[in-house]
Write a protein that binds this ligand. Structure first.
Ligand SMILES: [Zn+2]
Length: 316
């Protein structure tokens, strides 16, 4: 008995972070409600779980590191009362969710700033509440468009390879296939950017910084966002899944990782992107002119359609 007690104590001393009683594990509420675009990984079959839900449930089971409840019903589950049952809210959502301003305000100002609380955002978490400032200010950016479609092969650059959420990607530069966003409301002074599009090695270039993953501190709470996850394949990628697991442990305080904003990285990335895009003949002015030309063509088509419709309405 004594030796069992001794070895248990020794285990607790040597591996304090792993000795987590079942009821002390971080509890995740995984919200995958889509009020806008519905991504394949969050589509549920008849009464079944989606592939993203299954992936997170499997991760919880295999790691024994957290528990998860999945919901596509924010009205019932994203409430002040129900938030008491969770430590982390994970969003893979879209559009304007049916969350009351009072509940969101509580979530942002009282619930999240506590030690051990956190937010995980995947892919279209930034295509959620696009016009609701408290949400996009929390998330760190808002979807604007995705010049890099799901067929695109892009190259990622990791800025903080020692951060627990980035370690699983192993390399400071790697190729990946997924849909990548560009953002509005990007606030580099408020976040620590961890991964960006490597504009030098990505074929389709843009003359500005395109962040991919970042984190921030909210009071004593923590947020981690990763743009990856449009494709179902991403939810099978061991690096992506290990990064989620590490993010949970980082939020829980088991793993150390900086959250200090690094706007200088954004600035350097912006300058590098400008350089590589301009060498490929792509400038902001050119993109702006192309956009105007597209809008003019669309307007002309619309006018022609309306004219035809009006002519059809004229009685002979
Ligand atoms: Zn997408």
């Amino acid at each position: 008995m004594k030796s069992i007690l001794f070895s248990l104590t020794l285990t607790a001393i040597l591996f304090p972070v792993w000795v987590h009683a079942e009821d002390e594990l971080p509890r995740i509420l995984f919200v995958t409600q889509s009020e806008g675009f519905v991504h394949n990984p969050v589509k549920r079959g008849s009464g079944e779980r989606s592939s993203a839900e299954l992936a997170i449930m499997q991760l919880a089971k295999d790691s024994g590191a957290f528990s998860v409840v999945c919901t596509q019903n924010a009205v019932a589950d994203f409430t002040r009362e129900n938030l008491q049952n969770f430590d982390i809210v994970a969003f893979y959502t879209s559009g304007d969710l049916p969350i009351t301003e009072a509940d969101f305000d509580y979530f942002l100002r009282e619930w999240l700033p506590q030690k051990g609380k956190g937010v995980l955002g995947f892919h279209s978490a930034t295509d959620t509440f696009r016009e609701f400032e408290p949400y996009w200010d929390l998330m760190g950016g808002t979807f604007e468009s995705h010049p890099w479609t799901q067929e695109a092969n892009v190259t990622m650059q990791v800025h903080d390879p020692e951060h627990p959420t980035m370690k699983p990607f192993e390399k400071s530069q790697f190729a990946f296939q997924d849909e990548i966003y560009q953002y509005r409301h990007w606030e580099p002074e408020k976040v620590r950017v961890l991964m960006s599009l490597d504009m030098e090695h990505t074929e389709l270039k843009r003359p500005y910084h395109v962040p991919v993953a970042w984190c921030k501190q909210v009071g004593q709470g923590r947020l981690f966002y990763n743009n990856m996850g449009h494709r179902s394949e991403t939810w099978q990628d061991p690096r992506f899944l290990q990064s989620i697991l590490n993010a949970v442990r980082w939020i829980d305080g088991q793993l150390e990782g900086e959250a200090e904003p690094n706007p200088e990285v954004s600035q350097a990335q912006h300058q590098a992107s400008e350089k590589f895009a301009s060498a490929a003949g792509i400038t902001l002015e050119k993109l702006e002119a192309e956009k105007k030309a597209r809008e003019a063509t669309d307007a002309a088509r619309r006018a022609a359609r309306e004219k035809r419709a009006a002519q059809q309405r004229v009685p002979n």
